[in-house]
Design a protein around this ligand. Structure first.
Ligand SMILES: [Zn+2]
Length: 62
């Protein structure tokens, strides 16, 4: 099953139709590149993507 990604914050949504991170219901199957944030303090990529919570994100959300 293809996972969905939140259009607002890029978080990967594993279950349901609502983003557990920001509460948005704007989800899409049209994303690419899974990015897993483990340590927000050290990740330059996290800063660039503006994410600060550990979890799975989509790098590209269309
Ligand atoms: Zn979200």
């Amino acid at each position: 099953m293809r996972l969905k990604a939140c259009k607002s914050c890029r978080a990967i949504v594993i279950e349901g139709d609502k983003c557990s991170r920001c509460g948005s219901t704007q989800l899409t199957h049209n994303w690419d590149v899974l990015f897993i944030l483990l340590d927000s303090d050290r990740s330059e990529l996290a800063k660039r993507l503006d994410v600060d919570t550990e979890g799975a994100y989509a790098l590209l959300v269309k």
